[in-house]
Design a protein. Structure first.
Length: 254
């Protein structure tokens, strides 16, 4: 079994994006299969040796794309509504790294559910390289879903995320332990609907559940469940002083 060509995987990702969101055309919710030939060739190439029923997998993947586009449009609209800096839907789709990472995750997740090996990870690692956002294709992420800024986000394999969830930069949804014998077990947290996870928070453990409509503040370290409508925050002390009231320190220059 050979290793798929990394560049071919990247070209496939870009071809799927171009099919769903063609440049120079009006943005709509519908998907028009006008130019599938190149994408079929690319899929045929990267799936070679990874599945026994390659033709059937390609067929099912292509059939899934209208639904994937609808899901991504819902994600994009939620991101537009969530971010006061976003001016239009096309801006979110064309330039937001969070949207690119979600797009890569959603097509990788489809392939993983079709029992394709390795390629889904290669797709999400392309997103990781491009955006700094690391989403395992095995995670179960509902829609709509929003990532703002995004750099440094990690979402583990057995994570589940509900609808209307917002993540900011530096969020980690990880495991409490990395022992190999736990590979087939639930290791990552569950995030219920309407939750906001602010920058730098870390939520760990397969039994950890963040209840719906909760807010997890920046830099929080959480390893136990919280009930719905919780507000969890890290309290730190910030001291502001008048510089003029303190003598200048003695500076030694060697």
């Amino acid at each position: 079994m050979h290793i798929p060509d990394k560049k071919a995987v990247e070209r496939t990702v870009k071809a799927v994006f171009s099919l769903l969101f063609p440049a120079g055309e009006k943005l709509t919710d519908e998907l028009h299969h006008s130019q599938n030939g190149n994408l079929n060739l690319l899929l045929n190439s990267i799936l070679d040796g990874r599945v026994d029923n390659k033709r059937e997998v390609i067929k099912k993947f292509m059939e899934s794309l209208p639904g994937v586009k609808q899901t991504l449009m819902n994600d994009a609209r939620f991101m537009l509504e969530s971010d006061p800096a976003a001016t239009e839907l096309i801006e979110v789709i064309a330039v937001y790294p969070g949207f690119l990472a979600i797009f890569c995750y959603r097509i990788a997740h489809v392939l993983r559910n079709l029992n394709v090996t390795l390629v889904p990870r290669m797709i999400t690692e392309y997103a990781h390289k491009s955006t700094g956002i690391d989403i395992h294709p095995g995670a179960a992420i509902s829609s709509p879903f929003s990532i703002d800024h995004g750099t440094g986000i990690v979402i583990g394999e057995t994570t589940t995320i509900g609808r209307y969830v917002k993540l900011y930069q530096g969020v980690t949804l990880g495991a409490l332990s990395v022992e190999k014998d736990k590979a087939s077990k639930k290791r990552h947290p569950d995030i219920e609907d309407n939750v906001i996870l602010y920058a730098g928070c870390t939520i760990l453990g397969g039994e950890t559940v963040v209840g719906h409509n909760s807010i997890i503040g920046g830099n929080v370290w959480l390893t136990e469940s919280v009930i719905p409508y919780s507000v969890v925050y890290h309290k730190s002390e910030i001291i502001v002083r008048d510089k003029g009231s303190f003598p200048e320190p003695i500076n030694y220059v060697i």
